[in-house]
Design a protein around this ligand. Structure first.
Ligand code: 1HN
Length: 352
């Protein structure tokens, strides 16, 4: 007598039959969800990206070597990709973002092009370097945060006597996830506009009469470091301090109060000397760039000692704790605006 199927235990023969079944259905492009479901809807984020720190002196030396090996013209963009070792070969620092450091030697230019991917820059070193976005030129100084919104023509140049280096952040992995990439180079670029025009119109807490929103991105090209730094200093004096973030300001689109670009948001924070943050995490993997000071961070169990211009990345949901040895200023960016629009973003302050 055969036992009823409901009480059958799984035998070696059954599991062999199942393997044969899986192989058979694979030929029809079918797969068993019951083998995959735990990985598809994990209990909490399981990012492939790892916590990583890049020490600036080492990256800078590699960039200058690249500068000796090829011209900016040959490279189109002479950028060393900050590639997350958990995502090797994919040109990504997180699951959704690209980051790299770009070098222009004195007198060099990077010609105009445009792409669907949105980009940001954090200017690190050099003088008389500029970016031109849709015809508007902006000189970049240390700590300046510069936008290149989606599909805007942009070119860079260095008219100064020293190498110019900046951090690039792009949403390339998001654009490519949706298979929505377009780009073009050369051709007719927009006519030159007066330099720093958008700063006069949108950068001083004022708006042009009848200003209208014509883009999903901020109309302000350059968010100056000096202005942000002064606000941070005043906020530090006046308090209060946030347990996770010290004092932190979000870069905002002056027309909406929302994020600077639809997919990427950026912020700048000050940690007072001796500050120890509470442990916190959020679903937006975040890239941090140290503008001033030194200290250390624990990111999901990894411990990093950071100093000026170092860059480190916190994967999604990895618990972050920062310690400032000296007063420190840290710039950061992430895909938070994209996640918020999709109803995905979460943060949690961990009980100590
Ligand atoms: C790009 O166009 C720039 O314009 C920098 O400076 C980095 C990384 C990936 C794709 C395009 C630039 C880039 C990039």
């Amino acid at each position: 007598m055969t036992s009823p199927t409901s009480t059958r235990t799984s035998s070696a023969r059954d599991s062999e039959a199942r393997e044969i079944f899986y192989e058979e259905i694979a030929k029809q492009n079918l797969a068993p969800l019951w083998q995959r479901i735990a990985g598809l809807v994990s209990r909490s984020p399981q990012p492939a990206a790892q916590p990583v720190l890049w020490k600036y002196p080492a990256v800078r030396a590699a960039l200058l070597e690249a500068g000796a090996l090829l011209s900016a013209e040959e490279a189109e963009r002479r950028v060393l990709i900050l590639e997350n070792p958990g995502l090797r070969g994919r040109s990504q620092i997180t699951g959704s973002l690209f980051a790299g450091l770009q070098l222009l030697m004195p007198g060099e230019q990077a010609d105009a092009h445009r792409h669907v991917a949105s980009a940001l820059r954090l200017f690190l070193e050099g003088s008389k370097a500029y970016t031109t976005v849709n015809g508007e030129k902006t000189m970049m100084e240390r700590g300046d945060f510069v936008l290149t919104p989606s599909w805007t023509w942009h070119e860079h140049g260095n008219d100064g006597p020293d190498p110019a280096i900046w951090l690039d952040g792009l949403d390339v992995p998001i654009v490519n996830f949706f298979d929505a990439s377009f780009s073009e180079g050369g051709g007719a670029t927009p006519a030159a506009k007066p330099a720093h025009d958008s700063e006069a119109r949108y950068g001083g807490g004022l708006l042009p009469e009848n200003a209208e929103r014509s883009s999903l991105s901020s109309p302000l090209l350059n968010y100056r470091y000096g202005r942000a730094r002064e606000s941070l200093a005043t906020m530090q004096r006046n308090g209060p301090l946030d347990a996770c973030h010290g004092v932190k300001l979000r870069y905002a689109n002056p027309l909406t109060g929302g994020a600077v670009m639809p997919t990427i948001g950026a912020a700048i924070q000050l940690l007072p000397a001796g500050f120890d943050s509470a442990p916190c995490h959020s679903t937006d993997a975040t890239i941090f760039a140290v503008v001033e000071g030194h200290g250390s961070s624990e990111i999901g169990g990894a411990k990093f000692e950071w100093a000026e211009n170092d860059i480190f990345v916190a994967p999604s949901w990895a618990v972050r704790r920062h310690h400032a040895s000296t007063e420190a200023v840290i710039f950061s960016f992430s895909d938070r605006p994209a996640q918020e629009k999709l109803g995905l973003w979460r943060e949690e302050r961990k009980p100590v």
